[in-house]
Design a protein around this ligand. Sequence first.
Ligand SMILES: [Zn+2]
Length: 239
Amino acid sequence: MIQLELLWQLQKHYLELNKLEKKLKDLNKREEIEELNVKIHQYEYDLENKKTRLEVNNMKINRYNSKINQLKYEIREIEDKLYSGKIRDIKQLTYMENENKKIKEEIEKIETEIILLMDEIDNLKDEIVEVEKTYDELKENLKQTITENENLIHRVESDIKKEKEIIQEISTGIDESSLKKFNTLLKNKGKAVAEIEGDKCTGCYMVVPLSILSKLKYSNNITYCDNCGRILYYKKQEE
Ligand SMILES: [Zn+2]
């Protein structure tokens, strides 16, 4: 293949390689993964918090239940005495009946408390199920994102490897001095070979003199732009 064509092809692959390398850099879903991790931690915290509240409520209920048992025992003692017929003192009887009433009221109060706590426990249990569901989904999501990310990286990396191999292969067909100039231009100007569009160099958008244009059209010599120094490429119309 003619040198100019090889240089043109070489540039194409270098540009593709640049694109792939940039893609690889942008590809990392690090932010997305970080965001998911933060969310997962929030749910973890929420879940722990709810489970602790559940435990505390259960402990409270146990405490209330033993309190009720104790109070019921007290009532039995009072009633045993009341109905034994041994106490005849009216004052004392009234006092004991009052005590009995007070204890019963207290039991009622505690029972109401227990019902409230049990309601809260039911709610907490429902909430825990919901939070656990979301938590599992998030974890699955994170796992998937990490895998997708890795797969994408592998794919782009393998494309990069292929492009480098092609670049190597094309380079071996180009003479050393042209390749050296090409590489310097590529390094300094981003693009080494500039296509002619109309009568302009697409590297600097200056008009290329007719004499150079006709030289490009009819020969395959490497010609440089007078203005920007890039290698000029004229795409010959296929006839
Ligand atoms: Zn130019």
